[in-house]
Design a protein around this ligand. Structure first.
Ligand code: ATP
Ligand code: MG
Length: 737
């Protein structure tokens, strides 16, 4: 064969592609019948691309059967090669080889792999020409591979066989021995040529990365690819921009200067510009500063990680991390899979202890996916290995945006409310019992009836928070997607800090004190109902419990922004259920109870005017501090999310004037919008379905809101009507009593 012909045969034979044989037509027939349309599958998309590409030049890989690889050449002859050995690909060696025997009896080794691993092994061929071509292709962002071959004599092949056999049968260090054998076999090659394959970015990759950066997430790219290719990809996905100054920490640089000097120079450069301003460490870039992008390769990384003789490797690592902290993006190229994991670990254990997320699609990403706090696998062309080892699997990279910025945000808010609300409602529940035992000296008797004790957490107050933790959307999905910076409001565990936790606990204690002493003073002054009956201890407990159930449920109603009919059903339903249960529990003589302590207690309590007044006043007083705090904080120090909430109501408010609002493009809103628009014309007001009561309802109830009241049609009206009714009722009762 000529070298050129050998090159094509090498591409046809040196791969792990399988031919999919469906419809009972094997590759051969299919190729002959229907103009060569075989379906190729492989875990490496590059190989599929190469085999398909070579097909266009007239060489069709047909199949591998009984250890014979068949190819159809441009003259329509079928050539058969016996596959003798396969030296499979791995990401450390970065190359693979096959040893085949032609019909004429010639034995060839075909090897293909990364330029960095092929060039040191070739001794012949147009080396310089091909090298410069490969460089040029890589700069354009193409994935390049080099192809080389070697011919074995019979004797040479026998010794190769023996070498491989020994390595394969070794009981100890088999991996190492195999690697050594491969190293010996794949040398003194003759360079045949190089290939370049375009690796297109997935759709919206650039958009996703931009959004992640705006959200304050620092993006690092870890790849096995060549530096030039990887840098071009980073430009294409806007990780590097035109004004990004690239800093290189590569083997080439380290060969010129020592590692120590390179690190020193780089840290001097990055610190010079950042000056006294401290960057937000691992959580993003500031726009007003010079942007730096760091490029580091695998060899340089292993030098940094290598412990020095004096045992002071920590020094280099720290300096490296210091440089990374001051760069807006970091690109790690020519990384072996374990190095990817090493990097993740290094960041994870750095002094800020940032939360790491690794996302990848190939088998070489598995180790870093396992190492990171959150591992995400993309199911795609490179098989399912990454997805199978991940915490979450997604079909496309672009889904990461919605997953983190929308669902991640929602679930964080939901979970944090769930956890703290649970503490809160149980503090409210338990603390009055302590007060009761302490002040009233009833060490044996509980404050609440057994049924109330049992049902408080499992039915009276369980469903509303459950629903909240599944459905709450404090801002709309569209808004979160459009404004990635809202994610910064919840970074660094903002909603589960000690400060917030202590606030909730204090709120619980305050409410408990209000319930108990409120009821206590009420009982001190009014111990007799209108018909002359005395109030007892059980009535006292029932009163406290009623206030408790209403307060904690209404507190959640006030926190809910996203109102659907299910929320209404569950929240008002829970309260209704409590009332109906209490009426039945005390209103009927239950045959299965030996004694009935609660008989007629609830009804008796409701028949007393002061009890009604007490209940309403206590609920209002216990809800008030939280409402006031929220209203004040919203007005004085609003977070970005709160500003968006306020803004979005304004948008709806003036929608008749500014109709082209982005969210109107969303079909969800579009379907509603005509009705809404006509509504807005008549009332000059726009109602939104969600964004129920973000504590601007309450100012509007009390008449001091500067936002025109335009909250959710149903929910806000319900809440407002409810509060107004309560106020009215308490006034009436107050007058009567
Ligand atoms: N099937 C293959 N045969 C020969 N060489 C390959 C093959 N696949 C990849 N290579 C070479 O080995 C290098 C490292 O591959 P590896 O799979 O570790 O990373 P990658 O695919 O380049 O990038 P990423 O880490 O983003 O998946 C590649 O850049 C390429 O040059
Ligand atoms: Mg790969």
């Amino acid at each position: 064969f000529e070298r050129e012909e050998l090159f094509f045969r090498a591409l046809c034979l040196c791969h792990t592609v399988q031919v999919k044989e469906d419809d009972n037509i094997d590759g051969l027939k299919k190729a002959q019948l229907s103009g060569r349309s075989c379906v190729y599958i492989s875990s490496s998309p590059d190989e599929v691309a190469l085999v398909e590409g070579i097909q266009r030049l007239g060489y069709t890989y047909l199949r591998l059967k009984d250890n014979f690889m068949e190819i159809l050449n441009p003259k329509n002859d079928i050539e058969r090669f016996e596959l003798l050995e396969m030296l499979s690909f791995d990401s450390v060696r970065r190359r693979m080889s096959v040893i085949v025997r032609s019909v004429a009896g010639d034995i060839f080794l075909f090897c293909k792999g990364a330029d960095s691993s092929i060039f040191p092994r070739v001794t012949e061929g147009k080396i310089d020409q091909i090298r410069s071509r490969v460089e040029r292709n890589a700069v354009e962002g193409l994935r390049t591979l080099c192809v080389a071959y070697k011919k074995f004599t019979r004797k040479e092949y026998d010794s190769v066989c023996k070498l491989l056999q020994n390595a394969k049968l070794a009981l100890h260090d088999r991996e190492k021995k195999l690697a050594e054998a491969y190293e010996q076999i794949e040398k003194d090659l003759i360079l045949l040529g190089a290939t370049a394959v375009e690796d297109q970015l997935q759709e919206k990759a650039a958009d996703t990365i931009e959004a992640l950066q705006k959200a304050g997430i620092k993006v690092w790219v870890l790849t096995g690819d060549k530096m030039e290719t990887a840098a071009a990809t980073c430009y294409a996905c806007k990780l590097f921009r035109r004004n990004t100054q690239l800093l290189e920490l590569t083997t080439k640089k380290i060969e010129e200067q020592s590692l120590h000097d390179v690190l020193f120079d780089l840290s001097k450069t990055v610190l010079k510009h950042s000056g006294s301003l401290t960057r937000d460490n691992f959580s993003g870039l500031s726009t007003d500063m010079q942007d730096y992008g760091l490029i580091i390769d695998g060899a340089a990384l292993s030098l940094i990680m290598k412990p020095r003789e004096d045992g002071s490797s920590g020094n280099y690592r720290e300096r490296f991390l210091e440089i990374c902290r001051n760069c807006s993006a970091v690109l790690c190229c020519r990384m072996a899979p374990l190095q990817k994991a090493q990097i993740v670990k290094l960041i994870k254990l750095s002094k800020e202890h940032p939360i790491t997320l690794a996302i990848g699609d190939g088998a070489n990403d598995v180790s870093m996916i396992l190492e990171a706090h959150v591992g995400i696998g993309i199911t795609g062309k490179e098989g399912r290995q990454a997805a199978r080892n991940s915490d979450y699997a997604i079909p496309k990279f672009k889904h990461l945006k919605k997953m983190l910025l929308v669902h991640g945000h929602f679930y964080y808010v939901r979970i944090s409310e769930l956890v703290q609300y649970f503490f809160y409602k149980n503090v409210c529940f338990i603390f009055p019992q302590f007060l009761y035992q302490f002040f009233c000296g009833f060490s044996q008797q509980p404050l609440y009836d057994t049924a109330y004790l049992t049902l408080y957490n499992i039915s009276f107050t369980s469903l509303p928070i459950l629903l909240y933790s599944l459905m709450e959307q404090h801002v709309s999905t569209e808004m979160l997607k459009r404004e990635p910076s809202l994610y910064r409001d919840i970074t660094k565990n903002a909603l589960l800090r000690w400060r917030v936790f202590i606030y909730w606990t204090f709120l619980g204690l305050f409410d408990a004190v209000v319930f108990f002493f409120g009821a206590y003073f009420l009982f001190d002054n009014t111990t007799v109902t209108s018909n002359g009956q005395m109030f007892g201890n059980w009535t006292f407990g029932t009163l406290v419990f009623t206030v408790l159930v209403f307060t904690v449920t209404l507190k959640l109603a006030l926190d809910t922004h996203y109102w659907t009919w299910i929320n209404h059903f569950v929240i008002w339903g829970s309260l209704l259920f409590y009332i109906i249960f209490s009426l039945l529990w005390g209103g009927i003589i239950w045959p299965f109870l030996n004694y009935q302590r609660m008989y007629y207690v609830f009804m008796q309590m409701l028949s007393s005017g002061p009890a009604w007044l007490g209940i309403i006043l206590l609920i209002t007083v216990s809800l008030l501090p939280d409402v006031l705090k929220k209203v004040l904080c919203r007005q004085l120090w609003p977070t970005a999310t709160e500003r968006t909430q306020i803004m979005s109501r304004h948008c709806w408010d003036h929608i008749s004037e500014f109709t082209p609002l982005a969210s109107l493009k969303n079909p969800k809103y579009r379907s509603n919008s005509p009705a809404r628009r006509s509504n807005s014309h008549s009332k000059k007001r726009m109602f939104t379905h969600w964004r129920g009561n973000d504590y601007s309802i309450l100012p509007s109830i009390f008449g001091y809101s500067n936002n025109r009241c335009n909250s959710s049609k149903f929910s806000s009206c319900c809440v407002k009507t409810f509060v107004r009714l309560l106020l009215l009722l308490s006034l009436v009762i107050f007058c009567i009593t």
